[in-house]
Design a protein around this ligand. Structure first.
Ligand code: PLP
Length: 460
């Protein structure tokens, strides 16, 4: 049938640039048009129901039809649709949200919370802000040369110029003239891929801590401002850090007065089975960034939370310069704040963390049962985030050549069975809405098991 050039499908191809997409392929394949959402399902333009096994992009924690969030947005839109928070202006929702976030977020020492919240609209902006605050802080304490930031290969921190520099994925840098100078990357703590033959996990952790310390010493500790890390790497392949990793890393950071930034954009708000990934992995951050599940993605909002020490330094700079000259028009948007407040209320009322702890073994144990499949090298995860890593050879752990696009084939096979997942590099990634139940998890597990068999048959 000839393509109707006025159809949404054809107009998407004609007019719309899709981020993180193979643009040439899109011209021939076109979009997957999603019409509406219902619980953990999205429904495409042909009426086909698909479980959104990635929760949008690690973000729609409360699913796709939470009317309380829609009502909270509508109420706030009618009451006060916008007000800036520049130049001393403020609104009730922003004040309430800042109070709640700072009292719930872990700070730089045991029992200490964060001190202040600064709002933006995306995870990238929150991390850009954190990077600027690292520089600002070190100016305030008289160490302006302490400005380099250490991140990790395969870490993901966003796509703006600064946050893409922090990101440790080569395709986010190539031909964009990134990373910026002054951003350094160390080894990803993925024992299965980065561990050496015969090395124990404890030895691996020690090697990574020593690598970090050697880098700091080689560059000069007086030049290193901060270390940024996701508690569990998400986009880089759901890399759960080995036991003791963050404790050792933080010993090194403290020794050299390097700030710790926890990127909780994915992990924050229950994803790992704790409210914060920091709590799950014993991280005591000087700054914490969050977004995504902060509003269940119903409204773009993010926050950079800072410790008392960082805020005091900001006061010093503001005194010196007469102003804290940073901020976004839509940062502290009252509608975003109202939606986030309702989201946090629902998390509390429904004990979302408890729910994740209750249902996540169904997902993780179910996926681990697939480890005997010839294509599966490793299953890893925590809470409701997981990855199934595909290998060509289980003995050597050799990956498939990327040109064969095996994870992509598997994701398509799973999609034909009614589940949307993301195939990335060598792995299939899972991050369903946190409200998912065990019956829905079983649908995902069956689709993946059958999809793996179909992929194996296709490869043979
Ligand atoms: N940090 C992490 C850990 C993320 O996963 C992402 C996005 O996936 C970001 C930051 C960037 O967030 P955004 O896409 O909202 O800019």
């Amino acid at each position: 049938m000839p393509l109707d050039l006025n159809s949404p499908f054809a107009r998407d191809i004609a007019h719309h640039i899709h981020p993180q997409t193979n643009l040439r392929l899109h011209e021939s394949e076109g979009p997957l048009l999603i019409d509406r959402g219902e619980g953990v399902y999205v429904i495409d333009a042909d009426g086909k129901r698909l479980i959104e096994g990635m929760g949008g992009m690690w973000c729609t924690s409360l699913g796709f039809s939470e009317t309380r969030l829609a009502d909270a947005a509508a109420r706030q839109m009618r009451h006060l649709p916008y007000m800036q928070v520049f130049a001393h202006r403020s609104t009730g929702p922003v004040i309430d949200l800042a109070s709640q976030l700072t009292t719930m977020a872990p700070g730089p020492s045991a029992g200490e919370c964060m001190d202040k919240a600064l709002f933006a609209c995306s995870g990238s902006e929150a991390n850009d802000t954190a990077m600027k605050l690292v520089w600002y802080y070190h100016h305030a304490i008289g160490k302006p040369e302490k400005r380099k930031i250490i991140s990790r290969r395969r870490g993901y921190h966003g796509t703006t110029i600064a946050s893409a520099s922090l990101t440790g994925l080569p395709n986010m840098h190539q031909d964009f003239n990134l990373p910026l100078t002054g951003v350094l990357h160390v080894t990803c703590p993925h024992f299965y891929r980065e561990g050496k033959p015969g090395e124990t996990e404890a030895e691996f952790v020690e090697r990574l801590a020593q690598e970090l310390e050697s880098l700091i010493l080689a560059e000069g500790p007086e030049t290193i401002g901060a270390f940024i890390a996701e508690p569990v790497m998400g986009t880089g392949g759901v890399v759960v850090p080995p036991e003791g990793y963050f404790a050792r890393i933080q010993q090194v950071l403290r020794r050299h007065e390097v700030l710790m930034i926890a990127d909780e954009v994915i992990c924050g708000f229950g994803r790992t089975g704790e409210m914060w990934g920091c709590e799950r992995f014993g991280i005591q951050p000087d700054m914490l960034t969050c977004a995504k599940q902060l509003s269940s993605a119903y409204f773009p909002i993010s926050a950079t939370l800072v410790s008392r020490a960082i805020y005091e330094a900001m006061l010093v700079e503001s005194d010196k310069l007469g102003n804290f000259s940073h901020g976004f028009t839509y940062g502290g948007h009252p509608v975003g704040a109202a939606v986030a407040l309702e989201t946090l209320a629902i998390y509390r009322e429904r004990d979302i963390v408890g729910h994740v702890r209750q249902v996540s073994p169904r997902l993780l144990d179910g996926l681990r049962a697939l480890e005997s499949h010839p294509l599966v090298g490793e299953v890893r995860g925590v809470g409701l985030m997981a990855a199934v890593e595909l290998v060509q050879d289980k003995g050597t752990r050799a990956s498939f050549p990327s040109a064969r696009k095996v994870p992509g084939y598997l994701a398509a096979a799973v999609q034909r069975r009614g589940v949307l997942l993301r195939g990335r590099d060598d792995a299939l990634l899972f991050s369903p809405p946190l409200i998912i139940n065990e019956a829905e998890i079983d649908i995902i597990l069956n689709a993946v098991a059958e999809g793996l068999d179909e992929t194996l048959a296709w490869l043979r």
